[in-house]
Design a protein around this ligand. Structure first.
Ligand code: AMP
Length: 495
């Protein structure tokens, strides 16, 4: 029985001490070195007297970031890792919610975090830390303790911290390893940033199975031909990438005339994967396994999956399939009636060990989406309302049709349009605003008496680069609906 994810590492270290675990550019680290460094960092964290406390990690994707994540976990505390390029105003919002007891960052990054007053560890100090076996032996972790808090966009402008326990990641990692038959000979390339939950699969499956994980930066993915060359050179066997990246590779014909003989498993998750581009992959690598994984951060990355077992036309929707083991999917209509018949749309809800323990420090928001199973009221039985609309098809597979709210996915990034609107509304000259997503770009409408100069610059201090709208349209006045709210439908005519 396993009570924390660090046991995955201990077991693999015992079996494969000298095997390469992580590769990042010219740097690599084996299992034993990684375990030593993360335990030494854990020892340092324990010297601060921290137990089950939040630790904020602000580091770029790197081996150091992984040492920090495992070091925090080994110390019996929990981490939250955020984008090192996040504007400080947003970092501050996260700090206000998380109230970290410690910050782990790099010396060359923005030093404003020092102003917060928490203790700070810099990644260039890691090598100087030493094991303190006496402190480490006193750490007690149970599987319902938190492992991490990942922040996602919040519709009111406040990021939401999804709290995930060891139990959920253990459950997920066992499922991935078994379902996709992951062994110690597996070589993976990680695409997802560590602040995006797709990386959980890459990191923890690798560690549990004694495999090897290569880290590539977001920047490198802008050059598909080079990435394909990298996959070839390093004999990569498995990838789990966001559909936007697979689409980009297909559209840029990066797979043409390439023989990726070792690549046997192509997994994806995070947004709809169009069959048009998937068919290009399937034609280029006909013997690989393709799997469409579905799930929000709130259920530990994935709750539903479909392994492609038949051909699809370019314009068909790819199913998201069926529930993962130890997970239950429930579809409810508007009146909370359970849907079991095909072709009836409802909201996809999830039950199981994968469920988040709620939004950190926000019981109110948590209560809105983590609700009692409407099928009974006999004992505490939480389900998560995903906000996604789904239905069963004729094969009893689930199909996901989109969202009930204004959450969108742009290049794999989860964005609440409300968060952008909140940032726009904070401009002194903007009376109100509304954002629309065309499927390709975000368009911002704002009410003001004149065009606002440097609006992008203003937003870049508040929200992340990928959230900034492509087009800004000024209106003298928004049309309002009967409730006095912005008539959002009327804006469609202006797109
Ligand atoms: P995130 O929390 O960033 O993982 O985003 C979760 C949301 O992404 C889900 O609620 C869905 O709206 C969408 N999503 C994730 N995976 C898929 C998929 N395979 N197909 C369609 N939409 C997906």
């Amino acid at each position: 029985m396993i009570s924390n994810i660090y046991e995955f590492l201990d077991k693999s270290v015992a079996k494969y001490p000298n095997k390469t675990l992580f590769v990042s550019g010219k740097n690599c680290i084996n299992y034993l070195e990684f375990s030593h460094k993360s335990s030494a960092l854990a020892s340092k964290i324990l010297e601060f007297g921290l137990n089950k406390k939040p630790v904020l990690i602000i580091l770029p994707k790197s081996i150091e970031a992984l040492i920090a994540m495992f070091g925090v976990a080994r110390s019996g505390n929990f981490y939250s890792i955020i984008d090192e390029k996040m504007p400080f105003e947003r970092v501050q919002k996260i700090i206000n919610i998380l109230k970290p007891a410690l910050i782990i960052t790099a010396r060359d990054l923005d030093s404003s975090v020092n102003e917060y007053g928490a203790d700070v560890i810099y990644s260039d100090e890691f090598d100087s830390f030493e094991l303190n076996l006496s402190l480490l032996s006193r750490v007690e972790i149970i599987d319902t303790d938190l492992l991490y808090v990942l922040f996602t966009s919040g519709s009111t402008g406040e990021p939401k911290g999804v709290s995930i326990s060891h139990k959920s990641v253990i459950d997920y990692t066992f499922w991935v390893s078994k379902t996709f038959d992951v062994g110690s000979d597996e070589i993976l390339v990680n695409q997802a940033p560590f602040y995006f939950d797709n990386s959980i699969l890459d990191i923890f499956t690798t560690v549990r199975c004694g495999a090897t994980l290569h880290l590539l930066s977001t920047f490198e993915f802008a050059f598909p031909a080079k990435v394909v060359e990298y996959l070839k050179t390093h004999g990569v066997t498995m990838i789990f990438w966001v559909p936007s990246v697979l689409i980009y590779f297909a559209n840029t014909r990066a797979l043409e005339h390439q023989e990726l003989k070792t690549l046997k498993k192509v997994l994806f998750c995070g947004e709809i994967m169009p069959n048009r581009q998937l068919n290009i992959w399937r034609k280029a690598l006909p013997n690989a396994l393709y799997a469409n994984l579905y799930g929000p951060t709130e259920i530990t990355d994935v709750c539903c999956y479909y392994v492609c077992d038949r051909e699809f036309g370019d314009d068909e929707l790819l199913p998201i399939g069926k529930a993962c083991k130890n997970t239950q999917i429930l579809l409810f209509d508007e009146d909370n009636n359970l849907i079991t018949q095909p072709f009836i749309k409802g909201e996809l809800c999830v039950r199981g060990s994968s469920l988040s323990l709620g939004y950190y420090g926000d019981r109110t928001k948590s209560a809105q989406v983590f609700i009692q199973n409407p099928l009974h009221n006999n004992f505490y039985d939480p389900i998560y309302k995903t906000g996604d609309i789904a239905a069963y098809n004729e094969y009893n597979e689930l199909i996901c049709y989109g969202r009930l709210d204004s959450q969108i996915k742009l290049n794999g990034h989860r964005i609440e349009l409300g968060e952008i609107e909140a940032a726009l509304n904070s401009h002194p000259q903007i009376k109100r605003s509304a954002c629309k997503f065309t499927g390709e770009k975000i368009v911002a409408f704002y009410e003001a008496s004149r065009d606002i100069d440097k609006i992008r610059e203003f937003l870049s201090k508040k929200i992340q680069e990928y959230m900034i709208p492509k087009i800004f349209i000024r209106l003298d006045k928004f049309a309002l609906n009967a409730n006095g709210k912005i008539d959002r439908k009327a804006l469609d005519d202006k797109l």
